[in-house]
Design a protein around this ligand. Structure first.
Ligand SMILES: Cc1cc2nc3c(=O)[nH]c(=O)nc-3n(C[C@H](O)[C@H](O)[C@H](O)COP(=O)(O)OP(=O)(O)OC[C@H]3O[C@@H](n4cnc5c(N)ncnc54)[C@H](O)[C@@H]3O)c2cc1C
Length: 279
């Protein structure tokens, strides 16, 4: 390992100050993504800001129909607490985690800040209408997770204090699906789909995928709009598949070329939607 200093702030304000103190300063949460990058020489680090003593980042609390989950809450703690009404999705997220050791270390803030397709938590959070709470020198503010992912570089100087997600999902059915062939590789796909049906009509729905544009996860609003308000028996799987195909431009790699990812994501999303609609 190269040499660097480590600071251990005890408050969020102190952490933000350290982060703003110049080039080469990075927060470290679980370290599962950051340490390999440093070891491989892919990141030049002058100082790591260890977030483990920042109490504000460990909180999970209800706030007006939403729930706040602090940036240092681990993937395992999140699923144990199952703090909002999508328990089956959280359980399947954990069941599909490639590494039991990693899920005890990896954090919500680390997943959000990493902002890439290997973070299975991101489609889950996108489907849960998450907003990201950011703390910077000028104070706190929130942006939708979609906006955060689209403009990731604009938020480099800010800390992910946590995420806020919608708490109540009465009457909704959700489904999570992922295919991964190796711990070290990007998954082939990861999809979260949800819908609320009333009188055989799709009242509302959510479609979120790991590979929406390159390596950026995203919510497929065009697909949601095409389905919302339709009678269940009028939602054709072939049309959904086609709509997903037109909405995504996934990155490819040696295991899963872009066109393969596009095909499999479209097909799986259509099947998952049929399942949650009970069609
Ligand atoms: C073997 C292995 C298997 C894995 N399997 C899966 C899997 O199945 N599913 C899955 O979703 N993920 C998986 N991952 C990915 C891993 O879980 C994530 O990369 C992890 O969520 C990152 O969280 P962390 O707390 O370890 O972040 P760190 O490594 O500490 O940090 C990651 C990045 O986020 C920044 N950061 C961290 N916290 C904050 C904050 N609060 N504010 C601002 N920036 C911050 C850091 O500076 C760094 O740039 C796996 C990783 C490994 C090594």
């Amino acid at each position: 390992m190269p040499r660097f200093s480590v600071s251990r702030p005890s408050s969020l304000r102190e952490a933000v100050e350290r982060l703003s103190s110049g080039e080469g300063v990075y927060p470290i949460a679980g370290g599962t993504a950051l340490i390999p990058l440093i070891k491989k020489g892919l990141l030049e680090v002058r100082e790591l800001v260890d977030l483990s003593s920042v109490r504000e980042l460990g909180a999970i609390r209800r706030e007006d129909g939403r729930v706040f989950v602090g940036g240092m809450v681990t993937h395992s703690e999140l699923v144990d607490a199952a703090p909002w009404g999508m328990r089956n999705v959280l359980r399947d997220f954990l069941r599909n985690h490639t590494s039991p050791h990693v899920m005890n270390l990896a954090t919500v803030g680390g997943s959000v800040a990493s902002s890439t397709s290997s973070e299975d938590l991101l489609p889950v959070l996108l489907a849960a209408d998450a907003e990201v709470v950011l703390a910077g020198r000028d104070g706190d503010h929130s942006v939708s997770l979609e906006d955060y992912l689209a403009r990731r570089d604009s938020f480099r100087a800010e800390m992910v204090e946590g995420v806020r997600v919608r708490y109540v999902w009465d009457g909704w059915r959700f489904s999570f699906s992922k295919l991964s062939v190796s711990v070290r590789r990007m998954p082939a796909f990861c999809v979260v789909v949800g819908a609320r049906v009333s009188d055989q009509t799709v009242e509302d729905c959510r479609v979120a995928v790991a590979f929406a544009d390159g390596l950026r996860p995203g919510r497929l609003r065009d697909v949601e709009d095409a389905v919302r308000g339709k009678r269940v028996d009028a939602v054709r799987a072939a049309d959904v598949e086609d709509a997903v195909r037109r909405s995504i431009r996934p990155a490819g790699d040696v295991h899963f070329p872009s066109e393969y990812r596009r095909k499999v994501t479209s097909r799986v999303t259509a099947l998952m939607l049929s399942e949650v609609l009970g069609a």
